[in-house]
Ligand binder design. Structure first.
Ligand code: SF4
Length: 1020
């Protein structure tokens, strides 16, 4: 190669200073042999001369509009023509291994044209995969979590120099920087003064500065501590291991490497590849053109050629391609403004073929964009187009489109996967750790118990128990956390509600015991510091106890989660660093966030890819979705060390290079299919969203060329119409007109034991009885009143009970007679009881403080009523459990709030914190709670009463007494007998549709009242 084919140095602002800067940083560092070589692409002056030359024919530039795999296949077959069909010595190294099937297909197609129906080989893989195969590193290579532990150990020893910084955050940023410094041959000088001086040069600072010294001090100390720690433990970081593999890799005699689709080379890779090219041991096929630098689609390939010290200007083909001309003219580095360039382009391409290939949808919001994307994919599939690429960097749009497509029975192949932390397996793990940390807080605990990975018994039985725990204990009793509290309230509830079955009580206790046992290995680690492996061993034991470990192993994401935990366990073996619980949680969380879950490969014709992942692939159609400024080009990541200027001076990748690389990929993808749709949305959550400047440029350029826009108004309009939304195929005939239901229930499926609620439901509406008691959907039976009210009621019941009867753990009861003279001590006792009852409630529930105040307002009136009451009636029993067989088919049980006695007669009293039924409702047999109870006690009842605890007073009501009560009870008993006999004979259970009952009935959806009542009304 003659000297005039060399590319001049890619000028940094001041190449001389840059070179001085790099040279100074590298001086004295002996472990980076490649560092001794000048890096042409960044800083080497023109005068640098190599001993070998690279034949420019060994590098092929395939224009964006053409398929590089076709060129690669052709060159391989030409090269191995004599040995065909044996390509076993051919090794192809591709930028993206997803293209391997397409390359094999192309090789076979072209081999077929040459008379070969089959081929042996070649091997197709990525460079790193090939290096791992051919050059095994003997030293242990630390993965990222292991690096964090080792560096954290080093940081602990250097804590004075970073006093204000979180060491784990610092470790994360340092490891990223150290990795880059190693990959890009920028080691740090052993002498601090030289390093600091070099850094000063890079920042173009005349004299030293405190902040510079601080940055230099942290970097210098920690870099060398890091290197020493690795050397002492004979460990390697991945970047150093990769460099070692490159340096030691050997290619068998007579074989050639084919590198296809590269878009980036590090200095070490460039040195390695340059050596191969110089000795005719490699061929390179690049996709795109080169020549321009800076913010230009050519820049990445220009940089590769710079690094290889090769000038290849001409593309491999100059076949006419209007779209390629369109993109090239749009980004042309010329003095002509955009309008002039557009009109020049239109002059050369008077027939518009760009509009047939590109279109744009600017949606109003992300939902509309998702709908448009999903709709276009379905239209293309219906037209027989595949494969289709959905290219996006916006995971929100991707998730929405995935959901919409799945609703249309179209699966999305997502070979890139997504963060393991977002899978349901990782979410279960996270919620379990939160459960342990937060004293079994109800939210995370219920999530764990409902997760598909945890079942303490047969699944339906388990979910039934969880539902009881949630509805009856956590919600009804309002218990927010604490195993002991759950247990206590479980007992209280079992005491209070006789129809709460003993098996349920035992099952819930067993569940709580299992949870406690499973958490115990982790609970002991919540305090103090421990080795990472101790945490992981405990986590494993805990998950095994929970049953989740085995369940994870049966799930694709769960299996990868177990592998990630195993990786962490191994990582923990490389460090003795002691972590506290929050440090362990952060370390674990970071790893799960970084680890990608790769779903099993799917044969779906629709692939979800990032811009970069589309390299070397060709599609029938492409959608580039989420074209916002935030994603295309995006924004520079915040970096704790080195600004962009210093990075450029050092030869580290800069933001402008990343943006140019993205632009390169964006322009390439525009050519990757005959049809490309670009989409964006104008606003999100009420905030405007800027479209990508690249999308705007395409549209403006096209508008300037042809006087019309690329926007596809038809698709946008279609996407807004409800009838195009995905709907599952429904072949079923239309249902008959709804009728008022009246099911029959087998006697064996009817409840064997009733509560007063059961009786009431049957009287209210037989269908309601059917739903709640025969179908057993009544889990919320006892909590159907408003939660707060109900809880308030429970507390008030407990207080008034404790005033009359001894309750464990509470003051009282009042002993002896109660008269006006006793108001003060009786009031004091009631207040002490109230304080004790509410204290626990207030701990559990902030709302209870308000109830307490409300109760204290009612208390004097209640005491006044109680004193008056005791002038006539004396308490006989409170919270009395009753259970009686009323006929051969009927047994009723319940709990009576209070029985009072007076000269041989008894009064039955029920406390209500809500509105009690009116006396006429009781007397006419509609409200049957108190009559049901009266039928259960074996002594004559003289009156039925309610005591309502209203906002600031009590309201006593006598509902029935004397003969009227006797008659009522006789008739209720007769009706019960008739009803149970009819039920036994499987009589129909019609939905009555009484608006008063239906207004609060929870089964209106089940009986479909809206349907039949509407129909009946229309017929009327
Ligand atoms: S909504 Fe009305 S008709 Fe339907 S089950 Fe409930 S009470 Fe009966």
């Amino acid at each position: 190669m003659s000297s005039d084919t060399r590319i001049p140095a890619a000028a940094a602002n001041d190449p001389a200073r840059a070179e001085a800067c790099r040279a100074s940083l590298q001086a004295g560092h002996a472990t980076h042999p490649a560092g001794a070589r000048k890096l042409t692409g960044k800083t080497t002056p023109d005068a640098d001369v190599t001993n070998h030359t690279i034949d420019e024919h060994r590098i092929t530039l395939v224009p964006f509009g053409q398929n590089p795999l076709v060129w690669t296949a052709q060159q391989i077959l030409d090269h191995y023509q004599e040995r065909l069909p044996d390509l076993r010595s051919c090794q192809v190294l591709v930028a993206e291994d997803r293209c391997a099937p397409q390359l094999r297909t192309e090789l076979l197609r072209q081999a077929g044209q040459r008379g070969f129906g089959a081929l042996l080989g070649p091997s197709i893989e990525r460079l790193d995969q090939w290096l791992d195969r051919v050059r095994v590193v003997r030293q242990t290579i630390l993965n990222r979590p292991a690096q964090e532990l080792v560096l954290a150990e080093a940081l602990r020893d250097s804590s004075p120099i970073y006093a204000q910084t979180d060491p784990w955050l610092l470790a994360e940023q340092l490891l990223t920087l150290f990795d880059e410094l190693t990959r890009y041959d920028v080691p740090i000088d052993a002498e601090f003064d030289r390093f600091e001086s070099a850094l000063r040069n890079c920042y173009a600072l005349g004299e030293s500065h405190t902040l510079l010294q601080q940055e230099a001090g942290i970097l210098h100390t920690l870099w060398h501590a890091w290197q020493e720690q690795l050397a002492a433990d004979e460990l390697l970081d991945p970047a150093s291991a990769y460099r070692q593999q490159l340096r030691d890799s050997n290619i068998p005699d007579g074989s050639t490497l084919w590198l296809t689709g590269l878009t980036q080379l590090t200095p070490a890779e460039a040195n390695w590849l340059r050596g191969l090219l110089e000795h005719d041991r490699a061929r390179v096929v690049l996709h795109g053109s080169a020549g321009q630098r800076g913010y230009h689609p050519d820049a990445p390939l220009t940089d590769i050629l710079d690094r290889l010290e090769v000038k290849v200007c001409k593309p491999a083909s100059t076949a006419p391609d209007a779209l390629a001309d369109f993109v090239a003219t749009l980004f042309e580095a010329s003095d002509d403004n955009l309008k002039v360039r557009a009109q020049r382009f239109a002059g050369l391409h008077q027939q518009d073929s760009v509009g047939d290939r590109l279109s744009i949808v600017r949606a109003d919001d992300p939902e509309q964009e998702g709908q448009a994307v999903a709709l276009q994919i379905r239209r293309w599939l219906l037209a027989g187009l595949q494969p289709i690429a959905l290219v996006t960097e916006d995971r929100r749009i991707a998730r929405r489109v995935r959901a919409l497509l799945e609703a249309s029975a179209v699966q999305l192949d997502d070979p890139g996967g997504w963060a393991l932390s977002t899978t349901s397996a990782a979410a279960t793990l996270e919620r379990w750790l939160e459960t342990v940390e937060e004293e079994f807080a109800a939210g995370p605990l219920l999530d764990v118990l409902k997760s598909p990975f945890v079942s303490f018994s047969e699944r339906n039985a388990h979910l039934g128990q969880v539902r009881r725990l949630e509805q009856d204990i956590i919600l009804h009793e309002n218990i927010a956390r604490g195993l002991q509290r759950y247990r206590h309230h479980l007992e209280v509830r079992s005491e209070r509600l006789p129809d709460w079955s003993e098996p349920t009580r035992q099952a819930l206790h067993r569940m709580l015991n299992l949870l406690e046992h499973a958490a115990s290995p982790l609970v002991v680690l919540l305090s103090g510091t421990h080795a990472a492996q101790d945490f992981l061993a405990a986590l494993r034991t805990s998950l095994v106890e929970l049953g989740a470990w085995q369940a994870f192993a049966d799930d694709a994401a769960g299996l990868q989660l177990l592998e990630a935990l195993e990786d962490l366990h191994q990582a923990g073996g490389h460090s003795r660093v002691q972590l506290d619980w929050p440090e362990f949680r952060d370390w674990l969380g970071r790893h799960l966030e970084r680890t990608n879950f790769q779903p099993p490969t799917s044969a779906s014709p629709v692939k979800l890819l990032t811009l970069e992942q589309t390299r070397l692939q060709h599609f029938a159609a492409v959608i580039i979705a989420g074209c916002s400024r935030d994603h295309l080009p995006g924004a520079p990541a915040s970096q704790a060390f080195f600004n962009q200027r210093v990075r450029a001076e050092l030869g580290l990748p800069t933001w402008s290079e990343s943006a140019a690389a993205k632009l390169h990929h964006f322009c390439r993808v525009l050519h990757a299919a005959p049809r490309v749709l670009l989409t964006c949305h104008r606003e999100q959550d009420g905030e405007p969203v800027s479209a990508s400047p690249w999308l705007d440029l395409l549209d403006i350029f096209y508008l300037s060329a042809y006087g019309t826009t690329l926007e596809d108004g038809t698709l946008k309009a279609l996407a807004g119409r409800p009838e195009v939304r995905p709907a599952p195929p429904d072949q079923a005939a239309l249902p008959d007109q709804a009728q008022r239901p009246a099911p029959r229930v087998k006697a064996s499926s009817q409840p064997q034991r009733w509560s007063a609620y059961t009786h009431q439901r049957l009287i209210d509406c037989p269908y309601r009885f059917f739903a709640a008691d025969a179908l057993n959907l009544k889990t919320q039976d006892e909590i159907r009143e408003a939660l707060s009210k109900s809880d308030y009621g429970s507390l008030v019941h407990r207080i008034v009970q404790a005033f009359s009867t001894k309750l464990p753990g509470l003051p009282g009861p009042w002993a002896g007679a109660l008269t006006r003279a006793d108001v003060a001590p009786a009031s004091a006792l009631l207040r002490r009881i109230s304080a004790a009852v509410f204290e626990q409630a207030i701990n559990d529930n902030f709302q209870a403080r308000g109830w307490y105040r409300q109760w204290l307002r009612v208390l004097p009136d209640y005491l006044d009523w109680e004193i008056r009451r005791r002038t006539e009636w004396q308490p006989l029993s409170t919270e009395l459990k009753v259970d009686k067989a009323l006929s051969k088919h009927l047994r009723i049980s319940g709990r009576i709030d209070r029985l009072d006695q007076r000269a041989g007669s008894t009064a039955l009293l029920d406390y209500k914190t809500g509105h009690p039924p009116r006396p006429d409702e009781v007397l006419c047999g509609e409200a049957v709670q108190l009559p049901s109870y009266a039928l259960l006690i074996d002594k004559p009842v003289a009156q039925l009463e309610y005591l309502e605890f209203a906002r600031d007073k009590v309201n006593p009501t006598t509902c029935a007494a004397g003969e009227a009560l006797d008659e009522l009870l006789r008739q209720v008993a007769q009706r019960l007998t008739r009803l149970t006999d009819a039920l036994h004979d499987e009589a129909p259970l019609p939905a009555w549709g009484d608006p008063r009952i239906c207004a609060y009935c929870e089964f209106s959806g089940l009986c479909r009242r809206e349907m039949w009542s509407h129909h009946e009304l229309s017929n009327d």
